[in-house]
Design a protein around this ligand. Structure first.
Ligand code: SF4
Length: 226
């Protein structure tokens, strides 16, 4: 039997049509489970932190869907969770590109080496990277999953990639509770020249409070309640 990369086990969701995930394009959205951060404001926390709670979409069904829909789609958005955490991501992107479909990859920017690999291989056309806020707020914004220094190192590596490939990156920041106008200015100031930071509205997660089940791992980041 043909062996496939672990990435296919992360395939946990498909939105068949979106008109807003990739501005100016009608695309489908593929959701890969797993994430290296624990943001208290996460919408997709079941998918991000406990992907086995979500039904798996088989590789064959996904590829059949794409083959049938490719003429009506302008591209595919690959999101998560955090797609760069899925081992063998390139294999999934390759199958999409094989159908001549452009790829937008959403990322939290914490695995710049994966973004570099994917771009070098021509497997993504656009990387939409989150800049969550000032570096010193990353521990709170990510549930303690990353230090300020790690956030800086990773994002600076992403910014260097963006400088080399200006058309391949966009940056966005979500107006989560705990961030103010000065924070957005600070985050904007990190970007290489020529880039703008798109501010996204914050939609609270579908739960009444921020601390829950797997919350033991994110004690410092309760900015939802705060
Ligand atoms: S980076 Fe944060 S918001 Fe995005 S999927 Fe991971 S935990 Fe959720």
């Amino acid at each position: 039997m043909e062996e496939h990369a672990p990435v296919w086990n992360h395939l946990r969701g498909l939105q068949r049509l979106s008109l807003c995930d990739w501005p100016g394009r009608s695309c489908c959205v593929v959701f890969l489970g797993g994430c290296n951060l624990r943001c208290p404001t996460c919408h997709n926390f079941e998918l991000a932190w406990n992907m086995d709670s979500q039904p798996r979409l088989s590789r064959s069904k996904f590829l059949l869907f794409l083959a049938e829909r490719r003429r009506w789609l302008d591209g595919v958005t690959v999101t998560g969770g955090e797609a760069t955490c899925a081992q063998g991501l390139g294999e999934l992107l390759f199958e999409i590109k094989r159908l001549d479909l452009p790829v937008k990859l959403d990322s939290n920017g914490m695995r710049p080496e994966v973004l570099a690999e994917v771009l070098d291989a021509g497997l993504a056309d656009l990387c939409a990277v989150d800049v969550k806020g000032p570096f010193h707020k990353y521990p709170a914004l990510t549930g303690g999953a990353i230090t300020a220094a790690e956030a800086r190192t990773n994002l600076e590596a992403v910014f260097a990639l963006a400088q080399a490939r200006p058309k391949a990156f966009t940056f966005r920041c979500t107006r989560v509770p705990g961030l103010d106008a000065d924070d957005f200015e600070t985050a904007r100031g990190y970007l290489p020249s020529g880039f703008s930071l798109t501010l996204q509205p914050y939609r609270p997660p579908r739960r009444s409070y921020a601390l829950a089940d797997h919350e033991a791992r994110r004690p410092v980041g309760n900015v939802v309640n705060g």
